[in-house]
Design a protein around this ligand. Structure first.
Ligand SMILES: [Zn+2]
Length: 251
């Protein structure tokens, strides 16, 4: 299902906490993760959110490793570069906006890295189990297609690559600027990944999003996790039905 790129862009802006999100907030009830604004009501909050309930390829999903199909998938090639960064608390998550100097290639399709953000617990489940946290790296191709890489976090040592982010997490509506941040340092060393089609996991839940979930988790300390959970105790959408989608695992 191809969508006009403007729709995808609008959806992305809403997720990025940009102008569209601010306008959206004023005109419509606030979406959230529980109660009246919770995931089961997202499609009722705004006509733009109908995909949340009618689309057959929604994210996140549970990845059942017994059902996964091994496939000779293209190697993921990250051309991430260090640069400045803006850490924004947009009321739904903490998001790190990055300059346009990082890209990602999978099977010849180049996509620019826009931002990454966190969910706790991980939205993706593996064999029915969540990780304590996940980071979603959101990329966009020249054609306006979104491609997300998910990095799972297990509890362990402090994450050095994210030390500057977790040390000064901004309060809601606030931004913290970082002079130098290296997104490549957040990635795990192994690049095996699960691949499937899905959607944005937040309203408007637009589908047609290419998902890659890296199999190897990275570590985050209990203290770093606690710092994030002080702001967001839980910001994960429940897993959605597969509806016959295939999940592939790179060989
Ligand atoms: Zn996300």
């Amino acid at each position: 299902m191809r969508k006009p790129s403007m729709l995808v862009l609008a959806a992305l802006l809403a997720v990025s906490g940009g102008v569209a999100a601010a306008e959206d907030k004023a005109a419509h009830p606030h979406w959230s993760y529980q109660g009246h604004g919770g995931p089961e009501h997202w499609s009722e909050l705004d006509q733009a959110n109908t995909a949340c309930s009618i689309s057959k390829e929604q994210s996140p999903i549970n990845i059942d490793e017994k059902q996964v199909k091994k496939a000779p998938l293209a190697k993921l090639d990250f051309q991430y570069a260090a640069g400045t960064a803006e850490v924004i608390n947009n009321g739904h998550t903490v998001q790190v906006n990055l300059p346009a100097n990082s890209s990602f290639t999978a099977g010849g399709s180049v996509a620019n890295l826009l931002q990454f953000h966190f969910h706790t617990p991980s939205e993706e489940k593996i064999n029915g189990v969540s990780y304590p946290m996940v980071a979603h790296f959101v990329h966009k191709t020249a054609e306006g297609k979104l491609s997300v890489v998910a990095v799972l976090f297990k509890q362990g040592k402090p994450n050095q690559a994210l030390a500057s982010v977790f040390k000064g997490l901004p309060a809601e509506g606030k931004t913290v600027k970082l002079d130098s941040f290296d997104p490549a340092a957040v990635l795990p060393s192994e690049r095996a990944y699960f691949k499937f089609m899905g959607s944005l996991t937040t309203p408007p839940c637009s589908d047609g999003v290419q998902w890659q979930v890296l199999k190897q988790p990275v570590e985050v300390s209990a203290g770093q996790l606690a710092a994030f959970r002080k702001l967001y105790k839980m910001n994960a959408r429940p897993v959605q039905p597969l509806n016959g989608r295939t999940v592939e695992l790179s060989e």
